[in-house]
Write a protein that binds this ligand. Structure first.
Ligand SMILES: O=C(O)[C@H](O)[C@@H](O)[C@H](O)[C@H](O)COP(=O)(O)O
Length: 306
């Protein structure tokens, strides 16, 4: 698909709201269909070029952007739309963040029109995983999100749910689970009618080059935890070793999940996740199948093996 994508993106800049006829990509193990779309996001944002890959529903909607900058523009529009729809319906918009490069990709929400139009007072922010370090430690996902995003938007401080960094990994996981249970009881967080697990409005996650999501790593037993809401790991292959993580059933009870993946180092895992190649060790990312909608935001390097 690499060559087809390059050809398509070269053709995109001069189009406006046009959609080319679907193209079938013989090179893919899955019959992926590519629709090219050039669109102008909301007033104030710059134009972005994008290709959509049509996959079976369970694999989600896949958008491939020419650049990470275009990806960030579209991600802001996506998050702002969900925030608006949710705010029309209820008092809270529950958003879950991962660590890593995802947070930087949220930067366009800090610009117009979103910074003024999003109802930040309704946002409640959680972490799908957190490193068990003090909140002011450079490895802290909370610190990263605070520095890059949370300190720049008017989300009430009481709506930001960081872990208790005075506890052990096990203690912090239990404490976070108790916090979620309380918020489900008070109806700040929705609850899935089918699974009983919390149902977050939007989960924004990165993916590691090995196909891990949150702190669910390939081959680790935590991937199969299906009772707890939040669990812990003390020997994470990605440093630091001590982490807490939402479990897969919580992740999969979400109303919306965005997997935000950029860079050539992720291309193999993206290919495995979106194609039908059979691999003996299923990657955690392959197990993401939310109750609601799954959307992939890829740059062309991450999509280069599709
Ligand atoms: O705390 C963490 O380490 C993360 O939550 C982790 O799951 C991350 O999202 C991926 O490793 C992708 O990270 P990058 O986007 O930085 O590669």
């Amino acid at each position: 698909m690499a060559a087809s994508f390059r050809a398509l993106s070269a053709a995109l800049p001069n189009q406006s709201l046009t959609r080319s006829p679907p193209r079938f990509l013989a090179a893919c193990s899955l019959s992926l269909r590519l629709n090219s779309v050039s669109y102008t996001p909301r007033r104030g944002a710059t134009r972005a070029s994008m290709a959509e890959i049509v996959t079976p529903k369970s694999k989600g909607k896949v958008k491939v952007f020419d650049t990470e900058e275009d990806l960030a523009v579209s991600l802001a529009e996506y998050a702002a739309d969900l925030s608006k729809k949710s705010a029309q319906r209820k008092d809270s918009f529950t958003v879950v963040l991962s660590g890593g490069s995802l947070v930087k990709s949220l930067r366009k929400l800090l610009e117009q029109p979103y910074i003024d139009s999003v109802d930040w007072s309704k946002w409640h922010v959680f972490w799908v995983d957190e490193r068990v370090v003090p909140k002011d430690h450079p490895d802290s996902n909370y610190l990263l999100a605070y520095n890059e995003f949370l300190s720049k938007v008017p989300i009430p401080t009481g709506n930001v749910y960081a872990i208790n960094d005075a506890l052990s990994a096990e203690g912090a996981a239990d404490d976070y689970e108790t916090c979620l249970k309380h918020l489900v009881k008070t109806k700040t967080i929705d609850q899935s009618e089918s699974t009983g697990f919390p149902k977050f409005d939007l989960m924004l996650m990165g993916m590691g080059p090995d196909g891990h999501i949150a702190s669910l790593f390939p081959g680790h037993p935590l991937v199969h935890e299906n009772e707890k809401w939040v669990s812990f790991i003390t020997e994470s292959p990605k440093p630091p070793p001590q982490r807490i993580s939402f479990t897969l059933p919580v992740i999969n009870s979400s109303a919306n999940i965005a997997l935000v993946v950029a860079g050539a180092g992720k291309a193999t895992a993206v290919h495995i996740a979106l194609s039908d190649v059979s691999n003996s060790d299923v990657l955690p990312v392959q197990l993401v199948e939310p109750e609601g909608e799954l959307s992939w935001f890829l740059d062309k390097e991450a999509a280069s093996k599709l």
